[in-house]
Write a new protein. Structure first.
Length: 271
């Protein structure tokens, strides 16, 4: 299944894969399972795309162990969500990232996701970017003002937009790339959207974002992770069911997904 998914991603013309993040249900896996899957994807990609390994966990020791495991597998960088659940102090979170960067053989991309974990201030990001191994940020936030400030104040840092439904906004505010769940199966649409923005065709870019958002709205209604596996199944790349406690899709869910994904498949055929 892994190779079929990676083959689909390669055909869509995306630049790389962010492996083991939310879409990979990493937080529901053991450390051993995560390390094995990171290795499987690297083997399946076989140098066709850039690879970023998500190694985030609550315990710093787990992050360091995963980071060490992926270094020889052919990954280009690592990334990690901030530690969560406990009310970690700002000092503790920044120290966590510095420890990862100090130990890693690969460059590190920090993860700003204030809806799920502690978000970063612009000053804190400046402290992190001062580390030679910390090269960028995944910015999963609707705060486009902060994204623009990051780009202006830290021009050498690579900024990935995080929310798929706001890819156009992120690119318009200067994000050099994007990481998200729906890029697994409609990455070609976003590749074209980014090209449209870069070449000034904003009406075309808005049309594509709207096309994506019709499906994203249904995914939110049925559950993004189970729904995404349903979309992949519709596209002929079955990936099984999401792990519990995620729900399984109903017949009605499947019908909603098929209706919403239809226009995207039509767009793809018409290219």
């Amino acid at each position: 299944m892994t190779r079929r998914l990676v083959d689909l991603q390669a055909r869509q013309g995306i630049d790389g894969i962010y492996v083991g993040g939310s879409s990979g249900e990493a937080i529901l896996q053991s450390r051993e399972e995560r390390a094995a899957y990171l290795a499987d994807v690297a083997e399946a990609a076989a140098g066709r795309m850039k690879l970023i390994a998500h190694v985030g966990a609550v315990a710093t020791a787990d992050v360091l162990a995963l980071s060490e495991a992926v270094a020889p597998a052919g990954y280009d960088a690592i990334s990690a969500i901030p530690p969560f659940y406990y009310d970690f102090s700002r000092v503790e979170i920044l120290a966590h990232y510095r420890a990862i960067a100090d130990a890693s053989a690969l460059p590190l991309i920090v993860y700003n996701f204030p809806a799920r974990t502690a978000g970063f201030t612009i000053a804190e990001l400046g402290e992190l970017f001062a580390h030679e191994k910390i090269i960028g940020i995944r910015h999963t936030s609707s705060d486009m003002f902060l994204l623009e400030r990051i780009r202006r104040l830290y021009p050498d840092a690579y900024v990935y937009n995080g929310y798929d439904e706001m890819a156009l906004s992120g690119f318009a505010m200067g994000a050099q790339g994007a990481i998200g769940t729906t890029y697994n199966y409609m990455g070609d649409l976003y590749v074209q959207l980014r090209r449209d923005v870069a070449e000034g065709r904003l009406d075309d870019a808005r049309r594509l974002q709207g096309l994506a958002n019709v499906l994203i709205e249904v995914l939110i209604a049925v559950g993004v992770m189970p729904g995404s596996k349903g979309v992949l199944d519709i596209m002929g790349v079955p990936m099984g069911h999401s792990r519990r406690p995620f729900r399984q899709l109903t017949t009605e869910d499947r019908a909603l997904l098929e209706k919403a994904v239809g226009p995207i498949l039509d767009w793809r055929k018409a290219r």
